[in-house]
Design a protein around this ligand. Structure first.
Ligand code: KG4
Ligand code: ZN
Length: 329
């Protein structure tokens, strides 16, 4: 039994085939270079790019797998949340394939697919129940996962998503887009306490808008004085990242304390951050952080296909063709 997964929620057009948790093929094309000059993803450009390449990306994934469309048992696609124009391309492509091949269509939640990434090809996948955290450009959510059809939101950001703040701060400092990887590279542990920035946290809720504003002010202050040299940028970015990462670790500690669960499955683009990964591994005496392999941190179809397979095979889950793409989660 094989399932094809399709992911088009943002700027990546991605198709992959799985057999259970085993990934048979994965092909991803990103329109990121076309968005860079705008400092963020431009929805119209992303939608058009998906339309241009989706058939070729799908054909390449099928070819790499070495099977044929007729051998697929089901077609899974991300239906929400994301950019609506982008989602519509993948969802309708998947529905058309399902209809033509007379195979079931399985609509998948993008955030749950991020949580499935650490299960792909894992020799010993995490056992239910566990805590989940998705840290991406659009979300910072903490979940209790009793199974992939029983996921409860426990907390997360009350304003900006973590990745969004990385991107906005990087843009303020003219560091390019996306900001997360740039700040990751600039980070110097020796400078992480050079400035004292604070994120908000109350229980399982976090707030990142205040630190974003603090960094905008810091930029203005140094730029006005002509003192924004490379060393100062490194000190500011290192202190900024220290506060973001410490807040994520703290809120997870709190979620572990409250839930009594000691496994935390992590997903989303920000989990590529080297300092976050180090800090999470250091929490080993309190909880086990299960991190996705680096190649599955960003948006891709591996988790979509894997989760689609799981829901279809274990839960007899099939979506009606009337299920529509939704921008909200
Ligand atoms: O999950 P993702 O690929 O797309 C969404 O679903 O949003 O996440 C993209 C986000 C961007 O905000 C990007 O800056 C951030 O992930 N990101 C990182 C790193 N790599 C990507 N943030 C911090 N450190 C990184 N190394
Ligand atoms: Zn994502």
């Amino acid at each position: 039994m094989y399932v094809l997964g399709i992911e088009t929620s943002c700027d990546e057009t991605s198709c992959g085939v799985v057999r259970g948790r085993h990934l048979c093929s994965l092909v991803t094309r990103s329109s990121l270079p076309a968005h860079r000059q705008f400092g963020g993803v431009v929805p119209e450009i992303a939608t058009r790019a998906h339309v241009r390449v989706i058939d070729r990306v799908c054909a390449a994934a099928i070819e790499d797998w070495g099977g044929s469309l007729n051998q697929l048992s089901a077609i899974a696609a991300t239906v929400r949340p994301g950019l609506i124009g982008s989602l519509v391309v993948g969802v309708n492509f998947a529905k058309a394939l399902a209809l033509a091949l007379r195979k079931p269509f399985i609509g998948v939640n993008h955030l749950h697919a991020h949580l499935f990434a650490p299960f792909i090809n894992a020799p010993e996948p995490p056992e239910f129940p566990f805590l989940g955290i998705v840290v991406s450009g659009g979300h910072t959510d903490i979940y209790r996962v009793d199974d992939f059809d029983r996921i409860q939101l426990l907390g997360g950001t009350v304003d900006d998503a973590c990745g969004e703040v990385y991107d906005k701060v990087a843009r303020t400092f003219g560091l390019g887009y996306p900001g997360g990887p740039v700040i990751d590279r600039l980070f110097d542990p020796a400078e992480k306490n050079a400035f004292q920035f604070k994120c908000g946290r109350s229980g399982l809720e976090v707030s990142f808008s205040g630190i974003k504003t603090a960094l905008v002010y810091a930029h203005r202050e140094y730029a006005d004085r002509g003192g924004l040299d490379q060393k100062t940028v490194v000190r500011l970015m290192s202190s900024f990242q220290e506060s973001l990462v410490s807040t994520l670790v703290e809120v997870l500690r709190e979620a572990v304390r409250r839930s009594g669960l000691s496994t935390v499955v992590c997903g989303g683009g920000v989990t590529a951050n080297r300092y976050l990964r180090t800090r999470l591994k250091e929490c080993a005496s309190e909880f086990k952080a299960v991190l996705p392999p680096m190649e599955y941190t960003a948006d891709n179809a591996a988790g979509v296909a894997g989760l689609g397979f799981y829901l279809y095979n274990e839960k007899n889950y099939v979506s009606p063709l009337s299920l529509e793409a939704e921008s909200r989660g």
